[in-house]
Structures are given as structure tokens and as C-alpha cells.
Design a protein around this ligand. Structure first.
Ligand SMILES: [Zn+2]
Ligand SMILES: [Zn+2]
Length: 277
């Protein structure tokens, strides 16, 4: 049996066994011995869940980055122009990859082709980046999906990642946010439109949280930071520090698109909520 036939055979078997029970499935098809990108066997999954061949071409976010939003920047800068201009309600972002090439394909497959097993490898890489920063986290939370969206996909990828990160860091995962409305046409929105549409999209749940707590918000990808920053803003008045993380960060800067009036509107709204609480 050649490699492709073997793969097809195993994929069919995997599908057939789906309902048997997760423990049996795991015994037969352990997902923690294979490169998350090409599927080749590897020996040190919990250290690095991809093989050496893939590593050579992967868009790792391992260069000089903005110390706030984790976006690659010039070596002589500490904070990107975007973070200088727009207030961030989180202390720091952690994103092990740049959102391009094979990483982009894998994240899309993770979400749209039900490849939930990828969450484990992605979570290892995020957790490693967080651990190397030596910060204290009390709770892990995640960006929620609308009930309709989650039902359609069958799962919330950010929640799945949060649960895997929680297992590695030994921290509780708590759902702190409601999603109260959806973007009409999410993909075609500019940053300005996205900022405006964000108002009223998420709200904070009643939570037993202390002013001294540090919270990590998990999302799958950080593009403009509009979503994570909005949710961080909701949490910010109630806690000590908010951190955010994702599998990947886009490598572009929406600075020219930032609407100062939308930003002011957003800050006003968050202030109003803070006074209410
Ligand atoms: Zn590989
Ligand atoms: Zn930045």
C-alpha cells in the first residue's frame, strides 16, 4: 500500500470509528505523534508539533515584534505605529505564527473542515510563547461565536484552543463573554467598518472575578486586533491585566484605516459600561 492509499484507508477507518468513543479512537489513531502540517511521524510532539522539513518553510513569528500586539516590526522599534495610535486594552498578545501560507491553510482547515485535532498542536505553541514570557494568568477565556455560527460549525475553535491551553497551563477556562450580534458581511468589512460594527457585538457575563486576576483571551487568528481589543476593553475595568493570544497574527498594519471617531466612540461606550458596573 503506498503512502496515499494508506492515508485514505486510515482516514476512512478514522471516520468509521468516530462514534466508538474518544479513548478508543485515540488508542488507534494518536494525534500527538504526527507533524500537524504534513502528518509525518515526529518524536517530540509536545516540544515542537511539526517536523524539521515543515519548519523550514513555516511562517514562524520568531523575529522582532511589537511588544504589545506581537506583529513583526523593524528592529529599532519597540511598539508598532498601530499600537502607538490606538489604545490597547490588553497588555500583550502571543501569536506563534504569521497568518500566511501553510499556517493560513491549516487554520482554515481547522475551522472549516472540522480538523479539531489540530487544536492540541496549536495550543502547545501558544502555551510555549506564554510560558517564555513568564507571566501569571488566573483565568483563560475565549471569543465566543453566535449560537447559529457554532451550531453550523459544530464547535467554537477558540474555545477548543482555550481548553487545550488550559490543560497545558493548568488554568481554568471560563466563558466571560456573550456574543450579542453578528457581522452582516464579516469578510468584506474594512477596519473602520469593523470598529463601528463592534459596538454592542459582545458583552460581559456575570462573573466571579477579582480585581487582582489576570485573564488570557484566546482567539484563532488576530487580524486587525479589533475583536480581541473590544473584548479586552470589556474585561479591563474588572481585572488586573488582560492578555490575548491566537495561533497566528496578520503581518499588516491597519493604521491608515483607523477611524479616530470610531475609536473615541468605542472608548466612550466602554467608559459608560465601566461607570455602570
Ligand atoms: Zn511536517
Ligand atoms: Zn503593535
Amino acid at each position: 500500500m503506498n503512502k496515499r492509499d494508506s492515508y485514505v484507508f486510515r482516514a476512512r477507518l478514522h471516520k468509521a470509528f468516530k462514534g466508538v468513543g474518544e479513548w478508543m479512537n485515540h488508542l488507534l489513531f494518536p494525534d500527538d505523534i504526527k507533524c500537524i502540517f504534513c502528518g509525518d511521524d515526529i518524536s517530540n510532539f509536545y516540544d515542537k508539533p511539526y517536523c524539521e522539513d515543515c519548519e523550514k518553510t513555516l511562517p514562524l513569528n520568531d523575529g522582532h515584534v511589537c511588544k504589545v500586539c506581537d506583529m513583526p516590526i523593524k528592529a529599532d522599534e519597540e511598539v508598532c505605529d498601530f499600537c502607538k495610535k490606538e489604545k490597547k486594552f490588553f497588555e500583550r498578545a502571543f501569536c506563534p505564527f504569521i497568518y500566511e501560507k501553510e499556517v493560513k491553510n491549516k487554520i482554515l482547515a481547522f475551522k472549516d473542515s472540522n480538523k479539531r485535532y489540530l487544536s492540541k498542536g496549536f495550543a502547545i505553541l501558544i502555551a510555549k510563547r506564554i510560558l517564555s514570557a513568564n507571566i501569571n494568568i488566573n483565568y483563560i477565556t475565549y471569543i465566543p461565536m453566535s449560537a447559529k455560527g457554532e451550531k453550523r460549525r459544530g464547535f467554537n475553535q477558540a474555545k477548543l484552543l482555550a481548553e487545550e491551553i488550559g490543560k497545558i497551563l493548568h488554568k481554568p477556562v471560563v466563558c466571560f463573554f456573550n456574543k450579542d450580534k453578528d457581522f452582516e458581511k464579516q469578510k468584506s468589512l474594512t477596519y473602520k467598518e469593523r470598529q463601528a460594527a463592534m459596538i454592542g457585538m459582545y458583552s460581559l457575563k456575570e462573573a466571579n472575578i477579582k480585581r487582582t486576576d489576570n485573564v488570557l483571551i484566546v482567539d484563532d487568528v488576530i487580524t486587525t486586533t479589533a475583536t480581541v481589543n473590544y473584548c479586552a476593553g470589556l474585561l479591563h475595568p474588572k481585572v488586573n491585566k488582560v492578555y490575548v493570544c491566537a495561533v497566528a497574527r496578520t503581518n499588516h498594519n491597519p493604521i491608515n484605516e483607523i477611524s479616530v471617531s470610531n475609536q473615541k466612540k468605542l472608548e466612550k461606550e466602554l467608559k459608560k459600561r465601566k461607570n455602570k458596573n
